[in-house]
Design a binder for this molecule. Structure first.
Ligand SMILES: [Zn+2]
Ligand SMILES: [Zn+2]
Length: 134
């Protein structure tokens, strides 16, 4: 019983960590963030829980940025901008693909479209400042 409670407490903490940030963290970030409060937490536990949350639709995966999978606690449809210099992932709430476009594509290719994933790439404002000579 004790063991099980401890387990679900960790599970909760992992989910909360993802839900309470907009930085689209990696498993490593979650691990480092929770480690002080959960000294017996392992990176494997974090990975296992994240993939479970993903399967359950509680979080989404943004994809791999610089070799590390990035997670998002915001499961509402939204668009991402990924900085190709520092790897920061920024939410762009605007909708870029309309329902009409989905229908057009569905008709043209005889497929059923139920979600669209648009990603923007480039330099974030911080990197832009760093790259621009004053
Ligand atoms: Zn950047
Ligand atoms: Zn996001």
């Amino acid at each position: 019983m004790e063991r099980k409670q401890n387990y679900s407490r960790k599970r909760e903490a992992i989910l909360n960590a993802i839900k309470s940030t907009t930085i689209h963290p990696t498993a490593e970030w979650v691990y480092q963030t929770l480690k002080p409060d959960y000294p017996d937490l392992s990176l494997g536990t974090v990975y296992r829980n994240l993939s479970q949350f993903k399967n359950d639709g509680l979080i989404i995966s943004v994809g791999t940025v610089n070799g590390q999978e990035r997670f998002d606690g915001n499961t509402k449809p939204h668009t991402h901008f990924i900085c190709s210099s520092c790897g920061s992932v920024i939410d762009i709430p605007d909708e870029f693909v309309s329902l009409k476009t989905n229908d057009d594509i569905a008709q043209k290719y005889h497929i059923l479209v139920d979600s669209v994933d648009v990603q923007f790439h480039g330099l974030c404002s911080q990197c832009l400042q760093r790259h621009t000579p004053l």
